[in-house]
Design a binder for this molecule. Sequence first.
Ligand code: ZN
Length: 432
Amino acid sequence: MSDPVNRLAGAIESSPSPFHASATAAEALRTAGFIELDPAARWSHEAATGPAFVRRDGSLVAWTENRGRPTDGVRLIGAHTDSPGLRVRPNPDHGRLGWRQISVEVYGGALWNSWLDRDLRLAGRIAVERADGVESILVDSVHAVARIPQLAIHLDREVNSGGLRLDPQTHLTPVWGLGTPRSGDVARLLADLAEVPVGSVRSWDVGFVDAQAPARIGPDAELLASGRLDDLLCVWAGVEAIAAATAVNDAPVALLVLVDHEEVGSETATGAGGNLVLNVLERRHDALGATRADLLTALAGSVCLSADVAHAVHPNYPERHDPDHQILAGSGPAVKFNANARYATTAVGAAEFQRCAARVGVSVQHYSHRSDIPCGSTIGPLTAAGLGVETVDVGAPILSMHSARELVATADIDSLLSSFTAWMTTPLGRQA
Ligand code: ZN
């Protein structure tokens, strides 16, 4: 598995939910020598020195070994572990007319049509009551357990010419069997997956993902089709980059921030809009014997790369892109600019990323959204605002963003990884 594309595909397969994504990242970091710290315990000076990480639900913050002074700037990469999809409701056992179904809610800005007629895998975490409290357990059906069947064209004659119209309340309910729904059907499946008594399952955060594994496509295998490239591509590249940084002697302290809930606005306990990252940084500085002023001084000289996928120009819809910012698949990472701060890129942040990428021979593209189509956003603006750091929004160009299955050029996987590694390992220059 030395090929980056295979390593990425393996990481995505192991990450069917944000909770699995943070667990997969944790496993890779442990292999690279990072120590996991308990978020609910005091950290010793030795433990906080790193390389170490702390994980909470679908989020994780990691840092390389402490070097230099506590006021020295650090290099950050931030990415998000969640992807748009379908989440199972608390009373999910549903059905009628001879079908058993599972009641779901749409999570984030999913392209609804892309979820039709796909074999769906169920994954996430369940909360189990034990004698001494509540335990969170990861669950994953691995194989398909449900499907949302599209209405036949014979019953919807206008669908191709008039467009597909879907009501998320009534048209996106998966089927998973025949007969009459019984209360507790979904809980029984989740209990079986976790190998716990069904009576102990109290609640869950589980959802559906496409069961199809990532696949290379094309005569020259230049493309990778996969679910959740947004943003597991950047999560994976960030993990590999910080692991590589531990082996570089003159590298600055590197920080990796993986957060959940970006697709629903980030204003949660483990999202980029919460205090998780700053709290971890304050505790790390405190355990190292440094002050809060030292941390704020360090942040003033730090740089953050907000890593999220970008819109490659679509060959069938070139008019949907600004004509001077049509970024090409296979031509390297895109730096994303937005005058209204939907992306956090500053001129200095962009120049700093280009400086690092050039060191490893990676050329950079510039993305700017059309003014007559609302622009998406990333964790970049929230991170920049919350930490007060110089930030650049960067991502690999992909097609079909927020589809159940997205598309990326394998060349962009390679260039993203090498430019992220260069970002994490290049000594900090003057940011002025
Ligand atoms: Zn994203």
